[in-house]
Design a protein around this ligand. Structure first.
Ligand code: GLN
Length: 249
């Protein structure tokens, strides 16, 4: 069984080191002897699911989002919607997350069409409002277990959820819009978040959740061998403790 990581628009949507998410999945599979392949999926290139996949869609500036919105509006968007409906594992970060909704509206008022995986939209900040920037701590409930995610956010867009679950609740930071206390979105095995960082190296439990979700689509009883995450957990706790205490440096 081989896991294929499909890196959507790898060269365009890679803000704040989101490529680290690809590397984290790759290494955590290699350390366990699980064969893994990374495939870059660019503009005009089809998505080719193998049956054991994770699709990653990183963050990007308004300019890059506009350049690829047309590509998503076509066949690729329909492919990604079908993948999600079929239980495929997808992670969108910030700009990629925004384009997993109905639309992302730029500060200039241009509405970039999204894929419509999540029932949400993103509107620009109001005059006088700043970008939502800083460290974030989020409480997530997955599989009946309460966990936390740490990361870094930097977005102007304000995301408004419709009939979709948030990924979690903001314990520190802004999240989707800095107002309703929600962060991200999730549906079936698709996840969206504003957390850069990059997200996955800082949150090994979530990385393993994505890997296991993909592997169990082939073998429902698959178990992941535990790894020594002492270093990652030290980094996580250093950040989480600081944010729980109000974020003072
Ligand atoms: N361009 C989008 C915004 O500013 C997303 C930014 C990002 O991916 N960090 O909201």
């Amino acid at each position: 069984m081989k896991l294929t990581v499909h890196h959507l628009y790898a060269d365009m949507m890679n803000l704040y080191g989101d490529r680290g998410n690809v590397l984290s999945i790759k290494k955590r599979c290699e350390w366990r002897g699980i064969p893994v392949e990374v495939v870059d999926v660019g503009v005009g290139e089809p998505v080719r699911p193998t049956g054991c996949d994770i699709f990653l869609f990183g963050g990007g500036q308004d300019r890059e989002q506009a350049l690829l919105a047309g590509d998503l509006a076509g066949k690729k968007g329909a492919e990604l919607r079908a993948i999600v409906e079929d239980g495929g594992v997808v992670l969108g970060v910030c700009g990629g997350y925004q384009l997993m909704g109905h639309y992302y509206e730029t500060p200039e008022g241009e509405r970039l069409p999204g894929v419509g995986i999540f029932d949400l939209y993103t509107e620009p900040r109001k005059p006088g409002e700043g970008r939502l920037i800083g460290n974030v701590l989020v409480r997530v409930e997955l599989g009946g277990e309460a966990r936390e995610l740490v990361g870094f956010e930097n977005h102007g867009g304000r995301t408004r959820l419709g009939d979709v679950e948030p990924l979690g609740t903001v314990l520190y930071g802004h999240g989707n819009n800095g107002e309703d206390g929600t962060e991200g979105a999730r549906r079936l095995n698709a996840y969206g978040t504003y957390l850069h960082g990059s997200l996955l190296p800082k949150n090994p439990w979530f990385t393993d959740h994505l890997i296991l979700s993909a592997l169990r689509r082939v073998d429902g009883s698959f178990e992941l061998e535990p790894l020594d995450d002492a270093l990652e957990l030290r980094a996580f706790e250093a950040m989480a403790d600081r944010l729980r205490g109000g974020g003072a440096s």
